[in-house]
Design a protein around this ligand. Structure first.
Ligand SMILES: Nc1nc2c([nH]c(=O)n2[C@H]2C[C@H](O)[C@@H](COP(=O)(O)OP(=O)(O)OP(=O)(O)O)O2)c(=O)[nH]1
Length: 132
């Protein structure tokens, strides 16, 4: 892509903690890159970070969450795009059950345990920070 600017994609990634564990999802098999990630997805045009996080979580988990404040930004580049990951501290109301809706599976991961080996590379510093 000589002389052409890569597009920048903004992604909301929800950091949901409960009892020393964090909620991670597995990306659907048909949507590379494969691996585990913080639940979320791309911002739609005109959407704020908070709105995107709340919408994605409703679509993916069927739960109403409250997205609070941005914790980190991590920018990385793929062959086609610059991806700006925006991690947002998000609260899952007590008693809300998590039901995967879009072919994803979710799990709670203990931050005292080693990091899941398949956590996406750009997310790994975030796990390390949360585990401290
Ligand atoms: N949701 C999420 N995406 C991440 C994380 N880390 C990371 O590198 N990514 C990358 C993977 C994808 O290239 C991109 C997110 O795109 P996506 O495909 O999940 O977005 P989306 O649900 O809105 O999907 P789409 O159907 O509109 O394509 O960001 C993370 O922790 N959470």
């Amino acid at each position: 892509m000589v002389g052409k600017m890569k597009k920048t994609i903004e992604v909301a990634a929800a950091v949901i903690r409960r009892d020393g564990r964090v909620l991670l999802s597995t990306r659907p098999e048909d949507k590379p890159p494969a691996g585990r990630e913080f639940p979320g997805g791309k911002l739609e045009p005109g959407e704020t970070l908070k709105q995107a996080a709340e919408r994605e979580l409703r679509e993916e988990l069927g739960v109403g969450v409250v997205a609070l404040d941005e914790l980190f930004r991590i920018t990385h580049e793929t062959e086609h795009a610059v991806i700006r990951l925006r991690f947002i501290r998000t609260v899952l109301p007590e008693g809300e059950a998590v039901t995967p809706l879009e072919g994803q599976s979710f799990g709670w991961f203990d931050l005292k345990e080693p990091m899941p080996p398949d956590l996406l590379a750009p997310d790994r510093p975030v796990w390390e920070f949360l585990a401290e």
